[in-house]
Design a protein around this ligand. Structure first.
Ligand code: FAD
Ligand code: UDP
Length: 370
């Protein structure tokens, strides 16, 4: 009988795989991590360009209210005091985000929360009952003017659909505040790892064997035979050979440039909220770490239609995809030797802190089940 070499084969070196690997390695288990890209870290991967840490797969701001997760990541890397306070650019008009007294004041020339509330009340009067879609939800939260200038164009570019055809909950992620506070998140803890996310990933994967440029699905049998158990963080439909059809995603295209100037836009994130500007946002990476380098790196982010083979970014939250996912999820339950986790295997829009919490929980279940 051939003895398996590793306790775990971990497919994917993103946050889910890396946190699971760290927990198991710390508990004395052996892990082999296979990653189809040429680097570890999944979508939090960063590259150093002109001395600037560049977020290769879109801006990643760590925020959480979960003290356990915050303490966990701080064991491996220090976080700076970055607070996300993005700007909206609507045809050259500049507004603060998220929607707060600074936004209301600029939009309407008002000064007090009572004046802002009165404006919004008047502008949402057409919406009665509970909002049936994103358009109604947005208007009932912030009124017509903000919906038209700061939400409609951005959202329709981002999702490739009319706001009337999108679910209301998408916009509920954003805070609406009657205070002069531009912090994009309500969470208790926030920051960017000093030196970038790769430091975190490298620390998490310390002591594990990692094979890059290795697609598990191309060598499924051979790789599976190397371990007792598998942790799979790739797309769930590909694991099951798309037998119920493929799950849909929104994809992104990033265009980065090095500019010969010190400070291009004065803030890390500018959202272009009009329909005419083809990209949704421009990231100026140095501002995540308060950089003063002589040059700067910017990235324009375009939201694009997805087809099989493209990079899957955002799951499409509609009934059709939900039903397909449920079919795969029930097959997954019948694979006792495979743990399915992370944003692709669970077809879920997960923030980083939630992925970490989920991986810690999966690891605890493993360790205490034995
Ligand atoms: P991933 O990071 O996708 O890792 C999965 C890994 O598995 C990948 O490296 C992939 O190459 C590999 N893989 C897949 N299939 C195979 C296979 N067959 N064989 C081998 N390897 C395979 N979260 C926040 O908290 N704050 C933010 O500001 C934020 N911004 C975001 C911005 C964008 C544009 C996006 C798309 C996401 C953002 N997120 C943010 C979410 C964050 O990226 C995720 O929560 C986190 O990266 C998910 O980790 P994961 O391990 O589940 O998935
Ligand atoms: N949104 C918007 N205008 C903005 C920023 C966000 O209308 O300037 C809406 C948009 O519908 C988006 C949702 O708010 O899908 C959630 O925004 P968030 O920044 O959380 O999106 P993410 O890119 O993190 O998914």
């Amino acid at each position: 009988m051939q003895l398996s070499k590793y306790d775990y084969l971990i497919v994917g070196s993103g946050l889910f795989g890396a946190v699971f690997a760290q927990q198991m390695t710390a508990a004395g288990r052996t892990c082999l991590v296979v990653e189809k890209r040429d680097h570890t870290g999944g979508n939090i991967y960063c590259k150093q360009i002109e001395g600037i840490t560049v977020h290769q797969y879109g801006a990643h701001i760590f925020h959480t209210s979960d003290k356990m997760v915050w303490d966990y990541v701080n064991q491996f890397v220090a976080f700076n005091h970055y607070i996300n306070a993005p700007i909206a650019n609507y045809h050259g008009e500049i507004y603060n985000l998220p929607f707060n007294m600074n936004t209301f004041s600029k939009m309407w020339g008002i000064k007090t929360p009572a004046q802002a509330k009165a404006k919004i009340e008047a502008q949402k009067s057409q919406i009665t009952g509970s909002p049936a879609n994103l358009e109604e939800q947005a208007i009932s939260l912030v009124g017509q003017d903000i919906y038209q200038k700061l939400i409609k164009g951005y959202t329709e570019k981002q999702w490739g659909k009319e706001c009337k055809d999108l679910p209301a909950f998408i916009i509920q992620r954003l805070p609406v505040r009657y205070t002069y506070n531009n912090n994009y998140f309500n969470d208790h803890y926030q920051g960017i790892p000093e030196g970038g996310y790769n430091i975190l990933t490298d620390q998490l994967l310390k002591g594990c064997k990692v094979r890059l440029n290795t697609d598990f699905l191309e060598e499924k049998q051979a790789l599976s035979s190397l371990a007792h158990k598998i942790v799979y963080t790739g797309t769930i439909d590909s694991y099951f050979n798309y037998q119920f059809g493929s799950l849909e995603y929104r994809s992104l295209r990033f265009e980065s440039e090095i500019l010969n100037e010190e400070n291009y836009q004065g803030v890390a994130v500018v959202n272009y909220t009009d329909r005419e500007t083809p990209y949704t946002r421009v990231i100026e990476h140095k501002h995540f770490e308060f950089g003063l380098q002589p040059k700067t790196v910017i990235t324009k982010e375009y939201s694009v239609d997805w087809k099989l083979g493209d990079e899957p970014y955002y799951p499409v939250n509609d009934v059709k995809n939900h039903n397909i996912y449920e079919q795969y999820a029930s097959l997954a339950l019948r694979e006792p030797n495979v743990i399915f986790g992370g944003r692709l295997a669970e077809y879920k829009y997960y923030d980083m802190d939630k992925v970490i919490a989920s991986a810690l929980c999966a690891a605890q279940k493993e360790l205490f089940a034995v």
